[in-house]
Write a protein that binds this ligand. Structure first.
Ligand code: AMP
Length: 326
C-alpha cells in the first residue's frame, strides 16, 4: 500500500534555469566548476521533439550537468530560407527539457551572440564540401562559427549532436579536431516516428497530404542501403533511388553514398563504414535523412522512445537505422 501511494505522487521535475547573457551563463558554469561538476552541451535551435530530448538524456549520462542551447542561428540561413518562419516554442521547450533532465538553457538573443562589430567566420572544408553545401553554400560556415562560439561560451567536456544531420556531425567533429578544441563530440542515433520518418522541427511544415508520403524518403534509403549491400553498382543505385523519389512527389537534391568518416564518395563497399544520405523537398518542406550501410551498420536501434513500431534489433530495419560511432 505504501508503495502504491508513493508511486501516485507526481514526480517534481525542476525547470531548467534560463539564461540569456554571457555573464549569467558564466556565473552558473563557475558555480558548477567550484562544486567539481562537469557539464555537457546539447546545441539546438529549439522547437524541441523527442529526437532532441534523447540527446539530452545521452548528455546526462556523460556529465553531471547538462546545458541545452536554444539559438536559431541567423548566419546558417540563406536569405531565401525559413529563418523568420522557423518554429519557436520556448515555453514548451522548457517543460520538455525539465522532464529530460536539462539543468540550464542558454538562449541568447542574436545581438548577444553577434554583437556590433562581429566580423569573424570559421569556414570548414573537407567534410563540409558537397552534399548539403551544394545546395546551402552558407550553411556550414554558419554552423561552424556558431558551434565554435557555443563551445567557447559553454566550455563543455562533451557536446552531443544527432546523426540525423550526419554531415553536420562530421563537420563539427572535424572543426573540433582541426582547431584542437578540448571537448569530445558524441553522435546520437536518429529518432524516428513510428512510420520511419526522422523527427525534425521542420516536419510541422508538412501538410496532411504530404505527411504520409514523407516516410518514403527513409524507406527509399533503406532499400538503397540493401541494394548496395547486395552488390549493386553504387552510382546507378543512387540514381535509381533518386528517380523513384522524384516519381513519388519529392524534388530530390541529392542521393549519395559516402564514407562515414571523410564523407568522400565511395565506388564500392569495403571494410570502412559507409552511409547513404539524401535531401529532398516535399512541397515547401526540405527533408534530409541518412542511414548506415554495410557491415558497420549492425549495432543497435536508435532508441526505444519515439520508435513505437520498432521491429527489433535483428530486423533489416534495425540494421538500416543503427548507429556507428567513430
Ligand atoms: P536542430 O534543433 O534541428 O538544429 O537540431 C539540434 C540537434 O538535434 C542536432 O544535433 C540534430 O542533429 C539533432 N536532431 C534533430 N533531429 C533529430 C532526430 N530525429 N534524432 C536525433 N537527433 C536529432
Amino acid at each position: 500500500m505504501f508503495q502504491l501511494a508513493q508511486n501516485r505522487r507526481p514526480r517534481m521535475v525542476p525547470t531548467p534555469t534560463l539564461v540569456r547573457t554571457r555573464e549569467a551563463l558564466a556565473r552558473t558554469l563557475q558555480s558548477w566548476r567550484l562544486a567539481g561538476q562537469s557539464h555537457a552541451l546539447v546545441p539546438t535551435m529549439g522547437a524541441l521533439h523527442e529526437g532532441h530530448l534523447e540527446l539530452v538524456r545521452l548528455a546526462r549520462s556523460h556529465a553531471s550537468r547538462v546545458v541545452v542551447s536554444i539559438f536559431v542561428n541567423p548566419s546558417q540561413f540563406a536569405p531565401s530560407e525559413d529563418l523568420t518562419r522557423y518554429p519557436r516554442d520556448e515555453a514548451g521547450d522548457l517543460v520538455k527539457l525539465a522532464s529530460a533532465g536539462c539543468d540550464l538553457v542558454w538562449a541568447p538573443d542574436p545581438r548577444e551572440m553577434y554583437p556590433a562589430g562581429f566580423a569573424t567566420e570559421i569556414i570548414p572544408k573537407g567534410a563540409a564540401l558537397g552534399l548539403e553545401a551544394d545546395f546551402r553554400p552558407q550553411f556550414f560556415a554558419g554552423v561552424a562559427t556558431v558551434c565554435t562560439k557555443l563551445f567557447a561560451q559553454v566550455t563543455p567536456r562533451v557536446a552531443i549532436f544527432g546523426e540525423k544531420d550526419f554531415q553536420q556531425l562530421c563537420v563539427v567533429r572535424q572543426v573540433v579536431r582541426d582547431l584542437d578544441m578540448p571537448l569530445t563530440v558524441i553522435g546520437a542515433p536518429t529518432v524516428r516516428e513510428a512510420d520511419g520518418l526522422a523527427m525534425s522541427s521542420r516536419n510541422r511544415y508538412l501538410t496532411a497530404e504530404q505527411r504520409p508520403i514523407a516516410p518514403r524518403l527513409h524507406g527509399e534509403l533503406a532499400s538503397l542501403a540493401k541494394r548496395i549491400e547486395h552488390g549493386d553498382e553504387i552510382v546507378a543505385a543512387c540514381r535509381a533511388a533518386s528517380d523513384t523519389l522524384n516519381a513519388r512527389g519529392f524534388r530530390v537534391e541529392y542521393v549519395a553514398a559516402r564514407d562515414s568518416e571523410t564523407l568522400m564518395p565511395i565506388k564500392h563497399l569495403d571494410t570502412r563504414p559507409a552511409r547513404v544520405l539524401a535531401a529532398a523537398w516535399l512541397g515547401a518542406t526540405r527533408l534530409i535523412d541518412n542511414l548506415a550501410v554495410g557491415p558497420h551498420s549492425a549495432t543497435r536501434p536508435p532508441s526505444a522512445r519515439g520508435n513505437a513500431a520498432w521491429p527489433g534489433p535483428s530486423s533489416p530495419m534495425a540494421r538500416r537505422c543503427s548507429s556507428h560511432s567513430f
